[in-house]
Design a protein around this ligand. Structure first.
Ligand code: SF4
Length: 326
């Protein structure tokens, strides 16, 4: 716990360097409810309310849409929620729907309706797996050679909620035309005639980087095992707020070292890495479901703790038919 770490190695209440660092490590190690116990005070603003705070103090709601595949009824439900709470809606680059402008005290009711529609937390607020983007693959596309949507959903449901030093993005393309832009992701998968090519440490953002080819023509099972080991090796060894791209560039031995750790078990930790992922998969629970099931956790969602019925009054304008901050 944070108290034990502080007792053994720190003084006072900790500082602005050690508090978020230990908070990140504890969240990655335990993968339990991120706001339980004394680690709640170590989490940043977004984690604290399981939602991203926007510039006018309202929040965004981003349900998980694994692989970008969504049922028509779920789209209708999201649209109805947006209308009822006057939320701005936008499709994100990660193939999901962003609902913006939610009031803090409305978050539980909005999420209850999202869960009722069969969706769950997208962890857009956390240093965790975000999305696994996919193209339509060989189910629809004339060029596809593998089921990229099926693999993307398998990966997203395996690693959802996995806390890490920084956000993790993945992508799966159904052929080398690469419509899912998998090579710009931390983990990129591209279908071949014989299986899957695995790319790692790609990045968009401020410092774009194409992923490096870690292995070619893997079977489904080989691919998942390799990603298990790669992701957990990164989580265990990267600094806080270090994406896979800069982690790999600073890692002694670079890509060859990662390849030996993942495929030759050079450090003798492969079983541990896989066991960590198995534990995560077995213990996974949607954070918003866990919140809605616990009246104590719901008490966090008031704007003014000493006047719980009061609401702030942000100023709105209308832009292209939707409500946005003034
Ligand atoms: S990556 Fe290939 S399979 Fe996927 S949509 Fe593009 S052309 Fe089709």
């Amino acid at each position: 716990t944070w108290a034990e770490v502080l007792d053994a190695h720190g003084t006072g209440r900790g500082c602005e360097v050690c508090r978020p660092t230990v908070g990140s490590i504890l969240a990655s190690l335990s993968n339990g409810y991120v706001l339980d116990g004394d680690q709640a005070a170590l989490q940043d603003t977004n984690d604290h309310h399981l939602a991203n705070m926007q510039r006018n103090g309202t929040y965004s709601v981003v349900p998980r849409i694994p692989g970008g595949e969504v049922l028509p009824d779920q789209l209708i439900a999201l649209g109805q929620i947006a209308k009822d709470f006057d939320l701005y809606t936008k499709v994100t680059g990660g193939q999901r729907i962003d609902l913006l402008g939610a009031r803090l005290q409305d978050l539980p009711e909005i999420w209850r309706r999202v869960l009722d529609a069969g969706m769950e937390s997208g962890h857009a607020y956390g240093k965790a797996l975000r999305t696994v983007k996919s193209c339509v693959g060989n189910t629809w596309c004339r060029y596809g050679v593998q089921d990229s949507v099926g693999m993307a959903i398998r990966l997203e449901e395996r690693y959802r909620g996995l806390r890490s030093p920084h956000k993790i993005k993945m992508g799966v393309s159904g052929c080398t035309r690469e419509c899912a832009e998998a090579q710009s992701k931390d983990v990129g998968v591209i279908a071949t005639e014989n299986g899957w090519n695995l790319f790692v440490a790609g990045n968009g953002g401020r410092s774009p980087r194409h992923g490096d080819l870690l292995a070619a023509d893997l079977s489904d099972a080989e691919l998942v095992t390799a990603i298990d080991r790669f992701v957990m090796f990164y989580i265990r060894t990267a600094d806080r707020l270090q994406r896979t791209s800069s982690w790999l560039e600073e890692l002694d031995g670079g890509l060859d070292h990662v390849r030996r750790v993942v495929f030759e078990d050079a450090l003798g930790i492969a079983d541990e890495l896989e066991a960590d992922i198995t534990q995560h998969v077995n213990n996974y629970e949607c954070e918003w479901k866990a919140t809605l099931d616990d009246p104590e956790r719901l008490t966090h969602f008031v704007e003014f703790v000493n006047a719980p019925d009061d609401r702030s009054t942000p100023v709105w304008i209308s832009e292209r038919g939707q409500r946005v901050p003034a």
